[in-house]
Unconditional design. Structure first.
Length: 250
């Protein structure tokens, strides 16, 4: 959850238009999906580092990747058993690229800016507001989950005890209170919106607006060129040396 919590900072990445960062996340996710070669995915992954460092997000990024260690181990075990080790490594790189690109987006985009960017893309206001609101409450749900875990542990409940199936069953005392709290919050939000006549008029005004700047256009052009180059490489694989398509022998 921490990987998707907005952090207010004054960096060049934070100052970019949300649509630029959304384009970055989409382009990197598409490239991660269409390629399965380890070295190509590795270079795509490395190209994200300038954005992560420019946004001063390295520590948060490390934390988000570290939280997926168990998933990576499962991918290595099952893909190696039922497919190949190369397949497992390419799957891990794909996940890391997509998680890193969207972490970069969510960590640097304020929920209000996210809603304005969706509205500028002609997304209906109700949908844009709902998406922004759900994004805003991600850290709140994470804090509530941690409070419930601490409360259960203080009562002597061992959530990490037993095997994988037992640990999954032990999550029930966490999920039920979390679902109940989320439903109560949803009802409170609905009542608050009704009391303020939400949706009564179509002509809305906004406190401020977002706009593309020169650096947004520059980053957009670089991203589009990068994406076109990736598509060309996918269509004409002979453009790259053979070692780009190396695989593990197992």
């Amino acid at each position: 959850m921490e990987a998707f919590k907005f952090i207010q900072m004054k960096t060049i990445i934070h100052s970019l238009d949300p649509r630029t960062k959304l384009l970055l996340a989409i382009i990197y996710s598409i490239l991660a999906i269409i390629f399965e070669e380890i070295f190509i995915l590795f270079f795509v992954f490395l190209s994200l580092f300038p954005f992560i460092l420019a946004g001063q997000l390295f520590k948060k990024w490390i934390k988000s990747i570290r939280g997926m260690t168990f998933l990576f181990l499962l991918l290595i075990i099952f893909n190696t058993l039922f497919s190949t080790f190369s397949k497992s490594i390419s799957m891990i790189l794909r996940i890391m690229i997509m998680v890193s690109s969207f972490s970069l987006f969510f960590l640097t985009v304020h929920p209000d800016d996210l809603m304005l960017s969706l509205l500028s893309l002609k997304v209906p206001y109700n949908i844009a507001f709902s998406f922004s609101l759900s994004f805003r409450f991600v850290p709140t749900i994470a804090i509530e989950a941690q409070n419930i875990i601490d409360a259960q542990k203080s009562r002597g409940y061992e959530m990490e005890q037993g095997g994988l199936i037992s640990q999954a069953k032990n999550l029930i005392p966490l999920l039920i209170p979390l679902i109940v709290c989320s439903m109560k919050r949803a009802f409170h939000i609905a009542e608050a919106l009704d009391s303020r006549a939400f949706g009564s008029t179509k002509n809305r005004t906004y406190y401020y607006s977002i706009s593309y700047t020169k650096k947004d256009w520059l980053i957009t052009v670089i991203l589009i060129i990068f994406f076109i180059f990736g598509i060309i490489v996918k269509i004409f694989p002979d453009l790259l040396p053979n070692w780009f398509y190396w695989r593990f022998p197992v």
